[in-house]
Design a protein. Structure first.
Length: 423
């Protein structure tokens, strides 16, 4: 078997045939990184067996110490990780390639689950990928451990996955938590809608993610990042907004109120004839309660109109789509408008789209891996869990140091620089 550089077209063709691909492994992601910082370069490599590609990856590289470079394979290789002989051969050949191309060190985080979990995060019976990790380590790729928590320097090691394979919308909806189904139904009755944002509307996504960042204490991406995803991934990137037209909602509530008023008048007239009819008494109470509910809604609508205007932007989120999965990226909402359940509506909209596209799974993506009730992201975990998502734990990150002596000097200087910056 031979490892060699291949063209972008060859790589993309191989990737298109790879089932469990993700957007990090795409030529578009490598180009986005270069366009964001021209110092990043990209190279496509592939391993051939009798003239046929059997494994491949896109390497992105950045000069970090003189001529020496950091190499990265974002979310790992396009390879059968269960074929350990092939994996070992690929790693050996990759190390040789790196040694010939000024590699100081390399980082890779395979998009491979380590062991199965249930909805609560408990480990369940199933295969562990210890042998795969062992092969990496035997070939000099140091395993960075089973990291928990949220670290902006790394992609999440923990995710939550909703299985869609062979399931209908009705089956997926029925399996959700009762409160989640009710939130979606209530939002639909109120007239909450979801639309895809155009490029010139991405500032709405940014504004709502910024709001979430203030509440949950994270640094929200700049508008340029959303625009870069939009420009590079085209139809594979979706930004969605959940909103409500209060004028439309108000008109529907008034119509319902008029209906209940007529029902009340009829019940009162019927009770004049049969004052002891429990059925008529109950109908009168139901109408009265319904009218009170409508009046409460109308007062609420008036309040929100004064505060925000007739159109309320409730929540926004962005997603990446591959034939294998829809992946949930950035999101944000106005917490003061949570009663309209905009976030639930966006998720249900995109789950429906994933089913329509024939995706096998819906990836709610990153969580910390801490499932205790006092965890900082426990609310995020329970929100995703309520859609019937199970926990997925990835194998983690690996680092290969190609030039140990130079890396030691580089790392010492980098640590000094970081300590100075913190002062």
């Amino acid at each position: 078997m031979i490892l060699k550089e291949i063209t972008q077209e060859q790589y993309t063709q191989f990737r298109n045939a790879y089932k469990e691909k993700n957007f990090w492994q795409s030529a578009e992601m490598a180009q986005l990184r270069h366009d964001s910082n021209p110092s990043w370069d990209k190279t496509f490599i592939g391993m051939e067996d009798d003239g046929n590609l059997v494994a491949s990856c896109v390497l992105v590289s950045l000069p970090v110490f003189g001529k020496w470079k950091l190499y990265m394979s974002l979310r790992g290789f396009l390879i059968d990780y269960d074929n350990l002989d092939l994996l070992r051969s690929f790693l050996k050949a990759l190390k040789h390639y790196l040694s010939q191309n000024n590699c100081l060190y390399m980082k890779v985080d395979p998009y491979v689950e380590y062991q199965p979990h249930d909805q609560e995060g408990n480990v369940i019976e199933g295969e562990k990928k210890d042998r795969m990790i062992q092969v990496f380590e035997e070939e000099g790729f140091h395993h960075e451990g089973f990291r928990n928590g949220n670290d902006l320097d790394f992609e999440p090691r923990w995710m939550q996955i909703l299985d869609l394979k062979g399931k209908t919308e009705q089956e997926v909806f029925k399996a959700m938590h009762t409160n989640t189904r009710q939130s979606i139904r209530n939002a639909q009755r109120m007239g909450v809608k979801v639309k895809e944002l155009k490029r010139e509307e991405l500032h709405i996504l940014k504004e709502l993610v910024d709001l979430a960042g203030e509440v949950r204490h994270f640094e929200a991406p700049a508008l340029a990042k959303y625009e870069a995803y939009y420009d590079h991934f085209n139809e594979d990137f979706k930004a969605c907004l959940a909103y409500i037209d209060l004028d439309e909602y108000e008109a529907n509530v008034k119509k319902d109120r008029e209906k209940q008023v007529r029902a009340l008048e009829k019940a009162e007239k019927d009770l004049e004839k049969t004052p002891d009819s429990q059925k008529k008494i109950n109908r009168k109470k139901e109408a009265q309660y319904a009218i009170e509910g409508c009046d409460k809604k109308l007062a609420e609508i008036e309040y929100y109109k004064k505060e925000y205007g007739s159109i309320l932007d409730l929540a926004a989120a962005s997603f990446m789509i591959t034939p294998y999965e829809v992946l949930y990226l950035f999101s944000g909402s106005n917490k003061d408008l949570n009663r309209f359940a905009g976030s639930f509506m966006i998720q249900w909209h995109m789950i429906q789209l994933a089913i329509e596209h024939g995706c096998e799974r819906y990836n709610f993506y990153g969580i910390s891996g801490n499932f205790s009730e006092d965890a900082q992201d426990y609310g995020v975990f329970t929100f995703k869990r309520s859609f019937n998502a199970v926990v997925a734990e990835l194998v983690g990150d690996f680092t290969y140091i190609a030039k140990p002596s130079q890396y030691k000097i580089y790392n010492t200087l980098r640590n000094i620089k970081h300590s100075i910056q913190k002062r």
